[in-house]
Design a binder for this molecule. Structure first.
Ligand SMILES: Nc1nc2c(ncn2[C@@H]2O[C@H](COP(=O)(O)OP(=O)(O)OP(=O)(O)O)[C@@H](O)[C@H]2O)c(=O)[nH]1
Ligand SMILES: [Mg+2]
Length: 641
């Protein structure tokens, strides 16, 4: 059975609630104050089954002061029943509600002229003409207009038939977005706890699922579910649902919050949008003005930043606008919203979100931002995806960020990413997407940086990986850095060796003279064994006093990088071979002193045949290298791993 949401709309006292009651038998005015005052204050709900169609009615208040409540319900409707009382005709909120429906992108509906029992044919004809004039050039032009009386029941059967017909024409909701339930009501049910209601605008909600209430980020579980007052295991997009939640108190829930899958969507505060200003707006929409934004069931204050050169949008015109909200909301591209002036409160514009997680555009960026918004607003999903990734530039976008930014289901996400990747517009690094242009630029810059380093330091093996990351990939995700290095290695541009990155072409082309120097230095340390010379002594022994100390140091560094000489302490170096021999002796000693494997400093000095000056730094080095471990003033010789 199809579920269709029908919203009433129209001026106060025009018979909306009476009409819903005449159709469904339900009095949607449930608050005592509503009964006392005889007006609707907040949203009311009722259902009607018409053969194969289930209509869920949202009855809205007509009072000027309660338009904000009307808006909390109007966002989710499929069909509008624009109610006009025959004795009064079109009135201010008839127009305002109708404007709201147009701005929210409602596509179907009908006109219902009520209280026909109170007027004669002549007046009725006049009101009909007025209604026709009102809906001219809109989605309601040519829609059925029915004359009824809730009092006498006249015309109700025809209205039901027309409603069913219109409902059947409503296109089915798609299931390509994850679940979103903007909450319009929250209450406690004795014995059950918190219950929230709303129109499920996308996806489905299943009993038992873990979800969250945004923007607060409250983790909740779906204990139970009702659709149109009947218990069910799942609610589907387009249905009015009541959800019993555990893990939350009613006092924590506010109208306008959104129930969504756990850790899927992210709240936002800056929206890039396309806005249509009503022809009836009293003045242009200007930058810096403070407005009320009604999105889903929420109302938030916002500052306007018009992204057009004129800095304003005239009544009857449209343009790109950035909305900087004063509090967080859940928002997704393509969602519609309404803008009302701060004071006096009246509907002045409406729009469509283009980028729900926008950044602030400054001065010169505005033109560029506008060009992107133009592309985003006219493109398909793949364009949208690619543009979002391009906008993230070298930072790249994670799969989870794309999910939050689009609201797409996993299936859609997978399909869109697969197709974009196969077109070659993007590059994927371990779940992080980056545009090919950004990726290639980063990679080019990495090569240039490494080559510049080789030029500066011809005797160094290469650039430290971490230095390269800090210099060129500081803003990029770590995955992108890794992917870029891997890519460059595959291309044969760079080689990474442990902590060092070098150009493939960079081999240490030592001059014959330097090669000889390097070999002599190595021999000095090898011959000295554990009687390590100071560096200055080594220079002398290597016969290199004529070379600059700095140069000799660079050549010496090659021995360290090659692991032939080991730095044990600040300026204390040993050749690898005598060190290894000493480690061997220590382990032999340990084997003879099982199970304690203990050695004290004097014994160590004896085995090594060295003075105390070297013994302590050597032991500390062995501690660091996990050859030994300190135990009081002795050492335990550790087993070789
Ligand atoms: N004679 C007559 N009176 C009607 C008819 N429909 C509604 N009324 C009366 O008009 C008054 C207002 O009706 P409601 O249904 O409360 O009007 P509403 O549009 O819901 O008003 P708000 O919700 O406050 O905007 C009530 O006193 C109704 O009894 C009708 O078809 N004929
Ligand atoms: Mg009412």
């Amino acid at each position: 059975m199809r579920s269709i949401i029908v919203g009433t709309a129209g001026h106060i006292d025009h018979g909306k609630t009476a009409l819903v009651r005449a159709l469904t038998g339900v009095d949607a005015d449930r608050l005592p104050e509503e009964k006392r005052r005889g007006i609707t204050i907040d949203l009311g709900f009722a259902e009607l089954d018409l053969d194969d169609v289930r209509l869920g009615f949202i009855d809205v208040p007509g009072h000027e002061r309660f338009v904000k409540n009307m808006l909390a319900g109007a966002h989710g409707i499929d069909v509008v029943a624009l109610v006009i009382a025959a004795d009064e005709g079109v009135m201010p909120q008839t127009r305002e509600h109708f404007d709201i429906c147009r701005l929210l992108g409602v596509h179907r509906g009908l006109v219902v002229i009520t209280k026909t029992d109170m007027v004669d044919e002549e007046l009725l004809a006049l009101v009909r003409a007025e209604a026709e004039e009102l809906v001219k050039d809109s989605f309601l032009e040519g829609a059925p207009a029915l004359c009824v009386s809730a009092r006498t029941g006249k015309g109700l059967e025809e209205l039901k038939a027309a409603l069913r017909q219109v409902a059947l024409e409503v296109p089915a909701r798609t299931f390509e977005m994850v679940a979103r339930l903007p909450i319009d009501r929250a209450f406690t049910m004795r014995g059950f706890g918190a219950v929230v209601t709303g129109t499920l605008v996308a996806g489905e909600i299943a009993e038992g699922s873990e979800m969250e209430l945004l923007p607060a980020g409250l983790h909740v579980r779906v204990r139970g579910l009702q659709v149109h007052g009947k218990k069910t295991e799942r609610g589907l997009a387009g249905q009015r649902v009541a959800v019993n939640l555990s893990g939350v108190e009613v006092s924590q829930i506010e109208r306008g919050m959104v129930l969504a899958p756990l850790a899927r969507l992210q709240p936002t505060q800056v929206l890039d949008t396309q806005v249509d200003v009503l022809e009836s707006a009293p003045r242009p929409l200007r930058s810096r003005s403070r407005v009320r934004v009604h999105l889903g069931a929420s109302e938030v204050l916002a500052r306007v930043r018009v992204l057009e050169d004129t800095g304003e949008i005239e009544p009857g015109r449209s343009g790109f606008v950035q909305l900087r909200l004063e509090s967080q909301v859940v928002a997704l591209p393509h969602e519609r919203f309404i803008i009302r002036s701060y004071s006096p409160q009246r509907t002045i514009a409406g729009g469509r979100i283009i980028d729900a997680h926008a950044t602030k555009h400054r001065g010169r960026d505005v033109r560029e931002a506008r060009a992107r918004l133009e592309l985003l607003s006219t493109g398909d999903r793949m364009d949208e995806f690619v543009l979002f990734v391009e906008m993230a530039a070298e930072r790249g976008l994670r799969r989870s960020e794309i999910a939050a930014r689009t609201g797409w289901t996993d299936e859609v996400l997978q399909d869109v990413t697969r197709r974009s990747l196969s077109q070659g517009r993007l590059f994927e690094a371990d779940g992080v997407f980056i545009s090919r242009t950004s990726f290639e630029r980063l990679s080019r810059e990495a090569v240039a940086e490494v080559e510049a380093h080789h030029k500066r330091e011809p005797l160094a093996r290469g650039l430290l990986r971490e230095t390269l990351r800090e210099q060129k990939f500081a803003r990029a995700a770590p995955e992108i850095f890794r992917a870029s290095l891997a890519h460059l290695e595959k291309m044969g541009a760079l080689v990474s060796e442990k902590e060092i990155v070098r150009a493939v072409s960079h081999n240490l082309s030592l001059s014959a003279e330097d090669t000889a120097l390097r070999d002599r230095l190595e021999k000095v340390y090898k011959d000295a064994a554990l009687e390590a010379p100071t560096f200055d002594e080594a220079i002398e022994r290597a016969g290199a006093l004529k070379r600059s100390r700095e140069h000799v140091r660079k050549v010496f560094q090659l021995l360290i990088e090659a692991g032939l000489v080991v730095r044990v302490h600040q300026e204390l170096f040993f050749h690898r071979e005598p060190l290894d021999a000493l480690i061997g002796k220590l382990r032999e000693y340990a084997a003879e002193h099982e199970p304690e494997r203990l050695i004290d400093v004097p014994t160590f000095k004896e085995i090594a045949g060295i003075s105390r000056k070297y013994a302590i730094p050597l032991l500390e080095y062995f501690d660091r290298e996990r050859i030994t471990r300190r135990a009081g003033d002795k050492r335990i010789i550790l087993k070789s791993p």
